[in-house]
Design a protein around this ligand. Structure first.
Ligand code: XUL
Ligand code: MN
Length: 346
């Protein structure tokens, strides 16, 4: 049964990126936050995702009162623009204090920095009016297994989550798993890991997840299955749709760009589970291709949304009755072709 409803869309300032990669410099000039917000408005998106230092630049050098002032000014700017802050995420992978991990660093001073910074991010989320703190645990893992104690790392993650949950009784933690990059092996690589560790925290109801398509594919999982799994627990609180062509660096391609059928199945899973009905947003964590000219800088976002909406129509017009008959007859070849014909427009 398909639940019909409209979706609300979102992206982050980092999705209007400048083209830098490990082998070469930027290919587009830097733009201000205000320019990016204008583009988001122009495209008709509803909400913006924010790292803590997207909201308050140079956060580490600022006092709490200054952070509060700047975050409140940003809230006014967003509200004047008619845009909601969808989430705040602590950027725990940039600082000299998180070189060897954040919550799971071997250095207690660095672990303290990571927790203090996360609590500040929660305060910013409060000032901006969102109750979602996204945790992409970029450096919680190992470059080599022997450098950290895996069991202790689980305890340290739970300790950090507990401090965040205690800091604010309303905040919800949305863990964004990714199996690798920048680490060789991440401690929380899948939605199963995210939801399992939630059980060890002081308030498991406030620990959920965010699925990114590319991250699931890097874990050799079907993102549609990850969506069904998370939504069976009522724990899919945000979503980063994009695409990924196999097991290589995190590509953040436009949604549907590498595998339209995998994208179709993600949309079907969202439709079946009623994603968005509780106010959840469809966010696109996509990047422009490096050769992209300034004139075409927004196309990857616009195209991702267009593809998503086309696939919503495809999900809603899929011949489920015929599919059920073929399933009953165990005629999976015909079912396979039914899907392909539907996607090809026949
Ligand atoms: C990293 C990634 C991040 C998070 C936000 O791969 O996806 O952009 O989504 O911190
Ligand atoms: Mn992401």
């Amino acid at each position: 049964m398909v639940n019909r409803h409209n979706y609300q869309f979102c992206f982050g300032p980092w999705n209007l990126s400048e083209g830098q990669d490990p082998y070469g410099p930027t290919t587009r000039p830097p733009q201000t936050f205000d320019w990016k917000l204008d583009q988001l408005k122009k495209l008709g998106f509803d909400a913006i995702m924010l790292h803590d230092d997207d909201a308050v630049p140079d956060i580490d050098g600022k006092a709490d009162a200054q952070i509060r002032k700047e975050a409140r000014e940003l809230r006014k700017k967003l509200s004047d623009a008619g845009v909601i802050a969808e989430m705040v995420a602590p950027r725990l992978w940039f600082s000299p204090m998180t070189i060897d991990g954040a919550y799971t660093s071997n250095d207690p001073q660095c672990r303290k920095y990571a927790i203090d910074r996360s609590l500040r991010s929660i305060d910013i989320a409060n000032y901006l009016g969102t109750d979602i703190l996204v945790l992409w645990l970029a450096r919680e893992g190992t470059y080599l297994r022997e450098s950290k104690n895996g069991r202790r790392s689980v305890d340290l993650l739970v300790e950090a989550f507990d401090k965040m949950l205690a800091h604010d009784k309303g905040i919800r933690l949305a863990i964004e798993p990714k199996p690798n990059e920048p680490m060789d092996q991440a401690y929380l690589p899948t939605i199963g890991h995210a939801l399992a560790i939630a059980q060890l925290t002081r308030d498991q109801k406030r620990v959920g997840c965010l699925i990114e398509s590319a991250h699931a594919i890097l874990a050799v999982l079907d993102p549609a299955d990850e969506i069904d799994f998370a939504m069976a627990f009522g724990k899919l609180w945000s979503l980063h749709l994009n695409d990924q062509n196999g097991l290589k660096f995190d590509q953040d391609k436009p949604f549907g760009s590498a595998n339209l059928r995998v994208a179709f199945n993600q949309v079907r899973a969202l439709e079946h589970n009623g994603y968005g009905k509780k106010g959840e947003y469809v966010c696109f964590d996509v990047h422009p291709f490096r050769p992209t000219k300034i004139d075409h800088w927004l196309a990857h976002l616009d195209n991702s949304r267009k593809t998503f909406l086309r696939l919503v129509e495809k999900a809603r017009t899929f011949d489920d009755k015929q599919a059920q008959q073929l399933i009953a007859d165990r005629n999976y070849s015909a079912l396979d072709q039914l899907v392909l014909n539907h996607l090809m427009g026949k």
